[in-house]
Design a protein. Structure first.
Length: 427
């Protein structure tokens, strides 16, 4: 049996192909049923996010990866050659290592991003609900969740901001501790401010006001935040209520001058104000930073923080890789033990089946008039033949190959070495 991971992600394929092979929630249930039917998959988990589509299966043999590629192409009505060109296939320990790296955020566009773990857990739950997870995958995914939690708690993989938008909010949290008592003024309504707004919402900022040249654009963003929309010209009236000001526009001239902030600070009775200017050219005059109680940071300040944090995450990622390698080894050991237990179970079941069949034949012979002594003699003969067949064949093959290691192992397993010791008086 082989564990196979087939995937297409942001490193291997353009966005148009990633969109095409993504599994929407309404198609996932059908896919989980369809995959085992068209491949040899005994267990299957499908992970589908905006940046990746990955299918993990427990298959009969390694070359079943080709069947999996064909199924993925057929399901999404895509040419097989395109899937082959932009996909990657991993087997057994490599597949397990990849799954754990994905769950820990080491394979993400932004290293250490936390959302992927929840997405892996959701994929596992969907598969389990569909009845496509058995003992081995249950152990595999629980091991994956365990190492992901360990990496999060024992390394700095997710502790540092690696985007300017996130860094801005992290800086605000450092200065104001919790943001639940902080009023925020966002200037602009572009992509950067939208990202800042999302992080502010996650941080539970008390209130958010969005200022933009176009009021309708400001209103559109403010509505998603239960906030207030104003125009750029209204900033001098509202800025005194803001504990935090974050600006990112395309203006060629500063929008906030020293005088505006100085007036606001007087109204605030010099209660501190944090101003973060993410714009290039600047939205906030540099002289604002000279004011007491005004803390001004520019995009360059935050970029330095981000670069340092990226370096910290790389160090954490190296630690995480070592932790994952250990976890893969632990799972491999469990897997070997599990397979051995399964082998022993099958051996015992086969022996019991052979015994039951021979016994039924002996009882039938007695019912048909054969003497019990003769029936028991034949039963003993047949059981002996059945018991000897496999070991005799194995001994003959090892003997022909002069395989002393296997001969000694077989002798020990069959108790022949102990018999020899007794015969020679060694025991």
């Amino acid at each position: 049996m082989t564990i196979i991971a087939l995937g297409i992600n942001h490193k291997s394929a353009p966005v148009n192909l990633r969109e095409k092979v993504a599994f929407s929630p309404d198609k996932l249930a059908h896919a989980l049923q369809s995959c085992p039917e068209q491949t040899s998959a005994k267990q299957v988990v499908i992970l589908s996010t905006c940046n990746r589509t990955e299918v993990y299966i427990k298959a009969e043999q390694a070359d079943d990866a080709e069947k999996l590629s064909q199924w993925l192409a057929d399901f999404h009505q895509t040419e097989l050659d395109i899937v082959r060109q932009h996909s990657y296939v991993k087997y057994n320990d490599d597949a397990i290592n990849h799954l754990m790296r994905v769950a820990c955020g080491l394979d993400s566009l932004i290293v250490g991003e936390p959302q992927i773990l929840g997405q892996v857990k959701q994929a596992y739950s969907e598969s389990k609900n569909a009845g496509k997870i058995k003992t081995e995958f249950e152990k595999l995914f629980q091991s994956t969740f365990s190492i992901a939690k360990k990496v999060r708690t024992e390394t700095e993989i997710g502790a540092n901001a690696v985007s300017v938008a996130f860094a801005a909010v992290q800086l605000a949290k450092q200065i104001f501790s919790k943001l639940i008592h902080s009023n925020v003024l966002l200037i602009g309504a572009g992509e950067t401010i939208e990202l800042v707004a999302k992080h502010l919402e996650d941080a539970q900022a008390k209130s958010i006001t969005v200022a933009n040249r176009t009021l309708s654009k400001a209103s559109e963003l403010a509505e998603t935040l239960n906030g207030t929309a104003i125009t750029i010209s209204q900033i001098p009236v509202h800025i005194a209520q803001a504990d935090i000001v974050i600006s990112s526009t395309a203006s060629s001239l500063p929008l906030i001058g020293r005088g505006t902030v100085a007036t606001a600070l007087k109204v605030r009775k010099h209660k501190p104000m944090l101003l973060i200017d993410l714009a290039v050219p600047r939205d906030i005059e540099s002289e604002v930073g000279e004011l007491d109680d005004a803390f001004l940071y520019t995009v360059d300040d935050l970029q330095n923080i981000v670069e340092q944090n990226v370096a910290n995450r790389e160090t954490a990622a190296h630690q995480a890789e070592q932790m994952i390698a250990t976890q893969v080894n632990h799972f491999a050991s469990w897997q070997q033990h599990y397979q051995n237990v399964d082998l022993i179970k099958n051996y015992r079941e086969k022996a019991e089946q052979t015994r039951d069949e021979a016994l039924q034949k002996a009882l039938k012979q007695i019912d048909d008039g054969v003497s019990p002594d003769e029936a028991m003699t034949q039963l003993a003969f047949k059981l002996t033949q059945a018991m000897l067949h496999g070991p005799t064949k194995a001994l003959q093959q090892a003997s022909k190959r002069s395989d002393d290691d296997n001969l000694n192992l077989l002798a020990k397993a069959l108790g022949l070495d102990e018999a020899e010791k007794r015969e020679t008086g060694k025991e």
